[in-house]
Design a protein around this ligand. Structure first.
Ligand code: ASP
Length: 329
């Protein structure tokens, strides 16, 4: 029997109604006790790392989860992380960069309804997460939700209320869960030894373009950030109004050693900067990185990781552009 560590972090799955709204309250043990069938597929130990609405989860928590997994890596066959759905895609992407060449499964799951409700999705999601985690062929960081196994770098929350809250963006699901068993669409194992990383920069910002955006916003970012993800329109590009102020400031930011990733606000199919003149001139700036098919969650967390380990704008660019867990193509 596989030996699995459950790391509980909070979320709706562990919530109770407090009178002031839903709040995580259940312990990891109480959560496990709601799905006793899990004990028939694997042996489980559980830790409660925090009990937070995932709105509050950020870099410090990603590092804490990764470090706990590193500390316990030799003691377990896999890890199930229970987590709120709101920022689960960020955590899944962050863990994909913090734990690379990972041959053991790290499975994130949660639910849209508290485990106590009659029509909850919590019990099925939790059971599926353990069933996938206990499978011999499972490896790497994934979200298991509503019967789908989604690559950690490819997941996005695309529905607020429905049970099929997560989509795999521009990449197939790795597997689907049927009657508690995974059916694989993609079955591959990483090469090389597992590598843990312990740092991420928090000096990253996402700037979403709107028509008429005032360029001065970049002056603030230049002072407070080392990396900016620019969510541009369509295939990608920068407007040239207001004396081309945005472009001039962006070049100044790059000259000062900053890193810029250009992505698109369009949810599917990614950027194609070379397509239009408004985009192509960005490619000539040097060290402007293109997100292409990456999700925003992957862009943000990869940039945080690449800034911490790059050592220079060129090093950051190299790390950011190299594929990790099918995040970019
Ligand atoms: N606000 C909750 C959270 O992300 C939502 C959920 O878990 O579904 O923690």
């Amino acid at each position: 029997m596989k030996h699995i560590l459950m790391i509980a972090t909070g979320g709706t799955i562990a919530s109770k109604n407090t009178g002031a709204g839903l709040k995580p309250a259940l312990t990891s043990r109480e959560l496990l006790d709601c799905v006793p069938e899990i004990e028939s597929i694997c042996s489980v130990e559980a830790v409660q790392l925090f009990n937070l609405d995932s709105t509050n989860i950020r870099r410090e928590h990603w590092l804490a989860i990764a470090q706990r997994i590193e500390a316990e890596y030799g003691n377990y066959d896999g890890f199930v992380v229970t987590h709120g759905t709101d920022t689960m895609a960020y955590t899944a992407a962050a863990l994909s960069y913090l734990i690379q060449n990972n041959k053991k499964p790290v499975v994130l799951t949660g639910s849209q309804k508290s485990v106590y409700l009659r029509d909850t999705d919590a019990r099925k999601n939790l059971y599926d997460a353990f069933a996938y985690c206990a499978d011999d062929r499972a490896n790497g960081v994934h979200i298991v939700f509503d019967g789908n196994v989604i690559m950690g770098t490819r997941a996005k929350k695309t529905r607020t209320h429905s049970y099929n809250a997560f989509s795999s963006v521009d990449f197939p699901e790795i597997a689907i869960m049927r009657e508690g068993k995974p059916f694989y669409y993609i079955d591959e194992a990483p090469e090389g030894d597992v590598r843990f990383y312990r740092a991420m920069s928090d000096r990253v910002f996402v700037l979403k373009l709107i028509p008429g955006l005032r360029p001065e916003i970049f002056d603030y970012l230049s002072e407070h950030c080392d990396g900016v993800v620019l969510e541009t329109f369509g295939s990608g590009g920068l407007p040239d109004y207001d004396d081309d102020g945005l472009f001039r400031r962006l070049k100044g930011f790059l000259a000062g050693g900053g890193s810029v990733v250009i992505t698109t606000q369009v949810e599917r199919e990614g950027s194609a900067l070379s397509r239009y003149a408004v985009g192509r001139r960005l490619l000539d700036c040097g060290n402007v990185l293109e997100a292409r098919s990456m999700t925003l969650e992957a862009c943000v967390t990869k940039l945080m990781w690449a800034l911490a380990y790059g050592g220079s704008p060129e090093g950051t660019a190299r790390l950011f552009s190299a594929p990790v867990g099918h995040d970019i193509f």
